[in-house]
Design a protein around this ligand. Structure first.
Ligand code: FAD
Length: 316
């Protein structure tokens, strides 16, 4: 089958790899000169199979009000950005902040995360990929006892989902992440996910794209997807800046831009763009650097170790 994959982020390139491996003739289309140059460029680098939480959680509505007055809030909503689409997304999110919805959503995330972990394990054994991959766990760090006590409900769903985890006191956190000894007065303990990992998403995607090329996948870069043509409820072609493209099947992997093309066709993709920030710095002093990811629960800031760099990511 001829398949067009629209979007060359981590999702599009991975999809292209698996489709090509299954014998399909695949072409990836992206507007940038190389793959993984948008959201997949500088993410926090966490492979969070255990540390995976729906943002919509009980207590979030109240926290959101507090964050509005806080200087270094994990989520900031600019009043100028509020429009009907934002308001609709927020209402949908609030509707998912019940105990029941959280339990269901978290269970789903854990199941798909575990599946991802197995897929990535298999993939990295199958093809050489250099993306600063480490399997040294994640520590979610808590700054106060109150937070330590409140993780009870999460522990239940982790047990239910069979996710390996350890509740750590301050000394055990330092045992796993010796650099935390430098700031030991700032936290009381943590939750560790030993099966979590870290890796550079940009390097991963570019590396996998090279393997795709060798396997015969075509890449149409610098090519903007402008609209999708449909007939009888099916996509029949794609209008791009470089001309009209046709295939037997189409995969839309345009990240947060997917709804712009699909919603006018009657799909209701619940994807809403959020801007995040990350900073990548060379490692100057090994004794001050984490071995893996340390996630500061209070500010939702992740500090992740790549081989000779660290990446700090946070604030939506
Ligand atoms: C600050 C931050 C930290 C994050 N941290 C983590 C993390 O630690 N772990 C994790 O798992 N996830 C993390 N994420 C999320 C993760 O980065 C994204 O889920 C992932 O990169 C999305 O990949 P994608 O392929 O779906 O989208 P993208 O990477 O956005 O790919 C979409 C592609 O489509 C192309 N495109 C879009 N519109 C068009 C068009 N009209 N025509 C042609 N091409 C087009 C773009 O050029 C782009 O290459 C983080 C995100 C942010 C912002």
């Amino acid at each position: 089958m001829k398949i067009l994959v629209l979007g060359g982020g981590v999702a599009g390139v991975s999809t292209a790899w698996y489709l090509s491996n299954s014998g399909h003739e695949v072409t990836v289309v992206d507007r940038n000169p190389s793959v993984a140059d948008e959201t997949s460029f500088g993410n926090a680098g966490m492979l969070s199979y255990g540390y995976t939480n729906p943002w919509a959680a009980p207590g979030i509505p109240l926290k959101a009000l507090k964050w509005m007055m806080q200087d270094m809030a994990p989520i900031l909503v600019s009043s100028s950005a509020i429009n009907a689409r934002t308001a609709n997304w927020m209402l949908q999110m609030l509707g998912q902040c019940t105990e029941e919805a959280y339990r269901i959503n978290k269970g789903r995330m854990l199941r798909i995360s575990e599946y991802s972990r197995i897929c990535l394990d298999e993939l990295t054994q199958e093809v050489p990929l250099d993306f600063d991959h480490r399997n040294k766990g994640t520590i979610e760090l808590f700054r106060d006892d109150e937070k330590m006590v409140s993780i009870g409900a999460d522990l239940e769903s982790l047990k239910e989902g069979g996710v390996e985890h350890e509740v750590l006191n301050r000394e055990s956190c330092i045992h796993h992440e010796p650099a935390l000894a430098n700031v030991s007065e700032k936290f009381v303990g943590g939750l560790r996910f030993p099966k979590d990992g870290t890796g550079d998403c940009n390097k991963f995607t570019k590396g996998l794209a090279d393997h795709c090329l060798k396997a015969g996948v075509r890449f149409l870069l610098n090519t903007e997807v402008q609209s999708l043509e449909t007939s009888s409820g099916k996509i029949t072609g794609v209008e791009t800046s470089e001309g009209y493209l046709k295939a037997d099947a189409y995969v839309v992997a345009l990240g947060s831009y997917s709804p712009l093309l699909l919603n006018p066709l009657g799909f209701r993709l619940p994807i809403y763009p959020i801007k995040g920030y990350s900073l990548t710095l060379p490692l100057l002093d090994e004794t001050c650097a984490p071995q893996s990811t340390v996630m500061d629960e209070a500010f939702k800031v992740a500090v992740t170790r790549f081989e000779d760099r660290i990446r700090v990511g946070g604030t939506a």
